[in-house]
Design a protein around this ligand. Structure first.
Ligand SMILES: [Zn+2]
Ligand SMILES: [Zn+2]
Length: 405
């Protein structure tokens, strides 16, 4: 029976796991309840399972080949499949029957689907263990949403869990909007942006707001810096290698008639190439300090590297799209025209292993993908209909890529 049909038979089971995870969402690197559910779902499968130390990750290794020759099969290639497991600090307002029972926490990015689909794939591939021409690593990862869970798992040796480095790595990510349900999208090269954090403190000298010349006003200077950052984006960066800087937090002062001592702001910087990212890290702090100094003030500017650019390997992205078309038929795979400005810590895996990050539309029927609430919204909806095909694609990517050697 084709993997896709077998996955369809598992759809109910996969949805059940997804709903259980959705009901009890957890944030960050420590997800003990989610980890427990994953371990229970994998129980009884022929997997070598290890769990994380610094985080509640699950790494499961499936060694293929007939039982008597599995030692030789260990010489075969290794493929890595990743599903992230963490939720967000969002108060769910979907009204779903399986909505979050944890106040202020929601699976608003669909990672509950990824976890359930990957567990489904582990079941599908375990049933084919004897025919599997190599080894599969299932990477169940906490802390994608800003906690760098993938980096922690790599530090703890996840990439070497099979004894050999993977030849390819794939991740799926559902989208509640933009893509029609069941459509897979990816592209060669940059798929998601690098995301870095800029922290600025402008040091002035407080005083009476009626006599600014006797003080050193940090607010006016910080405002000028905020605007200059936008000019920097257009004057110092190639329009075909785009950069986004957004100030998302700005704080200074207490009332209208007092000049404060300090103004602080936080910004995110997104970029798509190592060159632009390095230029940002160099130019932004310089611009901040020099503008402050032009007014006789000082400023601290910290440029903190967070997630790198998520770069798809051209061959692996093409392979993933070809697999989608072969398994699900033409029209189900889309070559994404542009990368997106979101970021992903799967980028740390793709820095070391060639692979592809693939989006999967999960917009429910009756909603227009163009206007449906986006991932991270308190009313984002992800349809269960995407689950079986997501699990099938994970499994098919592993099977077909291992067969290539
Ligand atoms: Zn997210
Ligand atoms: Zn996500």
């Amino acid at each position: 029976m084709p993997v896709r049909d077998e996955a369809a038979k598992l759809a109910g089971e996969i949805a059940e796991l997804r709903h259980a995870i959705h009901r009890e969402p957890e944030i960050g690197l420590d997800l003990p309840k989610t980890q427990r559910k994953v371990l229970d779902a994998l129980d009884g499968l022929p997997l070598e399972i290890s769990t994380g130390k610094a985080l509640s990750s699950v790494t499961a290794v499936l060694r293929g080949g007939p039982a008597h020759s599995r030692a030789q099969a260990q010489a075969g290639p290794v493929v890595l499949l990743r599903g992230d497991m963490d939720a967000l600090p969002v108060a769910e307002e979907t009204g779903l029957p399986y909505a979050s029972a944890v106040p202020g926490v929601m699976h608003a990015c669909g990672h509950d689907l990824h976890t359930a689909m990957l567990a489904g794939a582990a079941r599908l591939l375990s049933a084919r263990q004897a025919d599997l021409p190599g080894t599969v690593i299932f990477m169940f990862q906490p802390g994608e949403e800003g906690h760098g869970g993938a980096r922690h798992m790599i530090r703890e040796g996840m990439l070497d869990a099979a004894g050999r480095r993977p030849v390819a790595a794939y991740a799926l990510h559902v989208s509640s909007s933009k893509l029609a349900c069941g459509v897979f999208a990816t592209r060669p090269g940059p798929m998601l942006a690098a995301a870095d954090r800029i922290t600025v403190t402008v040091h002035g000298r407080g005083g009476h707001a009626s006599q600014p010349h006797r003080a050193a006003d940090p607010i006016a200077v910080a405002c000028e810096i905020v605007l200059a950052l936008q000019t920097l984006v257009t004057r110092k960066f190639d329009v075909f290698d785009p950069v986004v800087i957004t100030v998302g937090s700005f704080h200074a002062g207490t009332t209208d008639n007092v000049i404060p001592d300090e103004a602080r702001f936080l910004a995110t910087a997104r970029s798509y190439s190592a060159a632009s990212r390095a230029a940002l890290a160099d130019l932004v702090p310089r611009l901040v300090r020099d503008i402050a100094s032009a007014y006789g003030l000082t400023a601290d500017a910290d440029y903190a590297a967070e997630y790198p650019v998520t770069v798809n390997h051209a061959g692996e992205a093409a392979f993933a799209l070809a697999t989608v078309e072969e398994v699900f038929g033409p029209g189900r795979g889309e070559r994404a025209q542009h990368p997106i400005t979101g970021s992903e810590d799967f980028s740390f895996v793709l820095e070391q292993v060639p692979g592809a990050f693939v989006f999967l539309g999960a917009c429910p029927p009756g909603l227009d993908p163009e206007t449906a609430p986006t991932n991270h919204s308190a009313v984002a909806l992800f349809d269960d209909a995407a689950l079986a095909d997501g699990a099938a694609l994970y499994a098919e990517l592993a099977l077909r890529r291992l067969a290539q050697g």
